[in-house]
Design a protein around this ligand. Structure first.
Ligand SMILES: C[S@@+](CC[C@H](N)C(=O)[O-])C[C@H]1O[C@@H](n2cnc3c(N)ncnc32)[C@H](O)[C@@H]1O
Length: 266
């Protein structure tokens, strides 16, 4: 992975937690993982999804891995402070998984593939450690699915900066739309992908704050310095773009975004 586009700051850790909490109903399995099952959570970050997964499935065991030692330390602290005993946080690279073939009953992959140069290889490596008959859940966003009211050309340009910066690091923030072909190409069967649309207007103040502002706009704002340094946008247009995004979070504004949730079996 080239330098991770969102970085590992405390602010980004908070953003990941806001995102996970806001989207919990959308991103997590409707039913708990079965008692005794072993789940590999790949790219767990600071454990924002981990604590939700482990709380919802108290009788399953989670191995939650990330390539960042710092993030795994934060996951460890979070899991300990929540008193969760069904999680093993470990530093590991999904391209060199230190597990035997067919070690896990389920794989859970959330907001990881978008950061990888070789997402198809990642899925194939993950499939190796999944038991035959086991399931995989993959969740990714797609920044091409964002739109808002009132429309703002500058806001569109600011979002485009994030897409280009991530692409420059060999990631792909438009990957949500590719989940079906990626899972099929990796050899999974019974692949199904469901788009999960987020629609936010001011009748949902918690979503305005937690998703539009603290998840999406915060993520775009995070690439400000890089966008300006790379001359992808000038400062005035950037400022108007961010103001345009905030404008959509006001009383008469509307914000839309679609996540893609893929499910399949080995
Ligand atoms: C956007 S974060 C998502 C974290 C978490 N899944 C969530 O939804 O809050 C992506 C994470 O993937 C990790 N990552 C990137 N490449 C990886 C690799 N090759 N192996 C393991 N983790 C990786 C990054 O360090 C980062 O913490």
């Amino acid at each position: 992975m080239k330098a991770y586009v969102h970085g590992y700051s405390d602010m980004e850790a908070d953003r990941l937690r806001d995102q996970a909490n806001m989207l919990a109903g959308l991103l997590h399995p409707a039913r708990p993982f079965p008692p005794g099952s072993r789940v590999l959570e790949a790219g767990c970050g600071v454990g924002a999804q981990t604590v939700i997964l482990a709380t919802n499935s108290p009788d399953a065991h989670f191995t939650s891995i990330d390539i960042s030692e710092e993030s795994i330390e934060k996951t460890r602290e979070k899991v300990t402070s929540q008193g969760l005993s069904n999680v093993t946080p470990e530093v590991a690279d999904i391209f060199e998984l230190p597990y035997d073939d067919e070690s896990f009953d389920h794989l859970y992959v959330c907001f990881l593939l978008e950061h990888l140069e070789y997402p198809a290889t990642a899925l194939a490596r993950l499939k190796r450690v999944l038991k035959t008959g086991g399931s995989v859940t993959v969740i990714e966003g797609d920044h091409g699915s964002y739109y808002c009211h009132p429309r703002s050309e500058e806001a569109d340009l600011a979002v485009r900066c994030l897409i280009e910066i991530q692409a420059g690091k060999k990631g792909n923030s438009l990957i949500g739309r590719q989940l079906y072909p990626l899972l099929c190409a990796a050899g999974f069967r019974e692949v199904s992908v469901s788009p999960q649309m987020i629609y936010v207007d001011s009748s949902k103040p918690a979503m305005v704050e937690g998703f539009t502002r603290k998840t999406f706009i915060a993520m775009v704002e995070g690439v400000r310095e890089e966008a300006l340094a790379l001359n992808l946008i000038d400062e005035e247009t950037w400022t108007r773009g961010i103001a345009g995004l905030y404008r959509a979070s006001r009383q008469d504004g509307v914000f839309c975004y679609t996540f893609f949730k893929g499910m399949a079996f080995k």
